[in-house]
Design a protein around this ligand. Structure first.
Ligand SMILES: Nc1ncnc2c1ncn2[C@@H]1O[C@H](COP(=O)(O)OP(=O)(O)OP(=O)(O)O)[C@@H](O)[C@H]1O
Ligand SMILES: [Mg+2]
Length: 473
């Protein structure tokens, strides 16, 4: 064996083979090394992978957390935003409900007041009749009648303000509105402001929206008071009828009758260079936050809506005067005090008078009686219906109130017309939105008279209806 080895050793090795062996050995070593390296890499890749997966998971978690937080924040923000809005809505809703309640209340008060006034008015007229003319007591009672008319206007105003603030022009004497507005402003202005009021009574009528007129007065007075500053001074507001022969310069008014409103102050005046801008929206010389510069542009808009004109005169440190002209549409409405026609319209027909207010029935029956009529009365519509049903042919006319418990005047009228289609009916109403001249004629009612009425009004309506019924109209 040793020999064999020796032999082997002795045999010279083929250098090519030897080379081959060395190369193979090196290749095997290299392979092993690269296998080891591969393992190592794979392990590191695995480790890295696990690491990445962990990081990925963490990142995902972070993203989820962040999203959740953002969502929470957004919800909170939205809640914060929604809160004032919700409050606003609640406020609006509350305000609307309050306005509705005031409207209902005003309607109710107006109804009762009109009945009270009706009775005072008619009783005063009855008393005036019984007294010698020119007596002092008659003068006093005429004043009562005058007061009733004034109260009637005030009720009309309460109703106007309590109704929806839609702008709506209608024939109006604006003195009461101006006076009421000044009373309200007096309470708001500092004591350093003296308000001088020169308001003519029984003004001509203008086509006006009462809310807008109030706004106009408020804006002009606010500016005047602001111009007088802390020192204060006199604010003069005048209202009068004026017939223009030559319209004021700078206005495109036609000659004719106007109602003139003047608002004058003793303030700083308006500098000539800004006079051309004062009616522009957002033009203001006030510091930011003190005014929007909308006051006079609103005034201007209102004047234009009323087909009127506004002029301004100003002197530095002396003051400013604004004049507003609103076209008058008619003669002054003369209150029917002594102006009642001498010749009252009388008659002797049979009338059924229906009203749930005893004071109204009492005064009206006496008035109608004095006018010569043969009057029966009822203080409920049920009772009226019963009386009428017993002798439908014996009545020439029915005068009924609208608002009565149980059965309204309209319902009563329907029943009466069923019994006797040709019976003339007059409906008395204070304040009711459901009634229009159209729907009363549809039922067959001949005339509508607004409460509180005075003697000459009811006398005239009665004759009108009776004459029509005779001629079969
Ligand atoms: N009576 C006045 N005396 C002096 N300046 C006046 C008078 N009225 C108006 N002005 C001037 O006209 C500007 C515009 O008036 P306007 O009523 O439109 O806005 P404002 O009073 O400034 O702001 P806002 O009415 O919105 O509170 C005022 O800033 C003021 O410079
Ligand atoms: Mg202003």
């Amino acid at each position: 064996m040793v020999k064999q080895m020796q032999n082997l050793n002795a045999r010279p090795i083929d250098p090519a083979l030897q080379n081959e062996i060395i190369k193979r050995t090196e290749a095997e070593k290299a392979l092993q090394k690269s296998q080891e390296r591969f393992h190592e890499l794979r392990q590191r890749a695995n480790e890295r992978n696990t690491e990445l997966l962990r990081e990925n998971k963490q990142l995902k978690q972070e993203i989820d957390d962040r999203n959740r937080i953002e969502k929470k924040l957004r919800a909170r923000e939205e809640r914060h935003l929604a809160e004032p809005e919700k409050k606003d809505l609640e406020k609006q809703h509350y305000h609307a409900q309050k306005m509705e309640a005031i409207g209902t209340l005003a309607g109710g008060i107006a109804h009762d007041f009109n009945n009270i006034l009706g009775s005072i008015l008619l009783n005063a007229e009855l008393a005036i009749d019984d007294l010698p003319t020119q007596s002092e007591t008659q003068y006093s009672l005429n004043q009562v009648v005058k007061g009733c008319h004034h109260a009637k206007d005030l009720i009309e105003q309460i109703l106007t303000f309590s109704r929806d603030a839609e702008f709506e022009r209608r024939p109006l004497q604006i003195d009461a509105i101006v006076k009421e507005t000044l009373k309200m402003l007096r309470a708001m202005f500092p004591a350093t402001i003296e308000i001088e009021q020169q308001v003519q009574g029984e003004l001509k009528t203008v086509m006006a929206d009462p809310t807008q007129i109030q706004q106009l007065v408020i804006n002009l007075c606010n500016n005047a008071v602001h111009a007088m500053g802390a020192a204060g001074g006199k604010l003069m507001v005048a209202l009068s009828d004026e017939v223009l022969d030559t319209p004021p310069s700078g206005s495109d008014l036609q000659p004719g009758p106007y109602v003139k409103l003047v608002v004058s102050d003793m303030g700083c005046g308006i500098r000539p260079e800004i006079r051309g801008h004062i009616f522009e929206p957002f033009f203001t010389t006030k510091r930011p936050g003190e005014g929007t510069g909308l006051g006079l542009s609103v005034v201007h808009g209102i004047v234009i809506n009323h087909e009127g004109s506004i002029t301004m005169e100003s002197e530095a440190d002396k003051g400013t005067t604004f004049q507003v002209f609103l076209p008058a549409i008619g003669k002054a409405i003369v209150l029917t005090t002594e102006a009642e026609p001498k010749q009252l319209q009388t008659g002797n027909e049979k009338i059924l008078f229906v009203d749930d207010e005893e004071v109204v029935v009492d005064a009206s029956v006496r008035i109608l009686d004095r006018l010569g009529y043969n009057v029966s009365s009822a203080t409920s519509s049920k009772h009226a219906l019963k009386t009428f049903r017993m002798q439908p042919e014996s009545f020439d006319l029915v005068i009924t109130d609208m608002t009565m418990p149980g059965m309204t005047g309209l319902e009563l009228a329907r029943e009466l017309i069923q019994i006797r289609p040709d019976i003339p009916i007059i409906l008395c109403t204070g304040y009711s939105q459901m009634i229009t001249p159209e729907n009363i004629t549809a039922i067959g009612i001949k005339e509508l008279i607004v409460k509180p009425f005075n003697r000459s009004e009811i006398a005239a309506v009665i004759r009108k209806v009776l004459e029509k019924s005779v001629t079969g109209q």
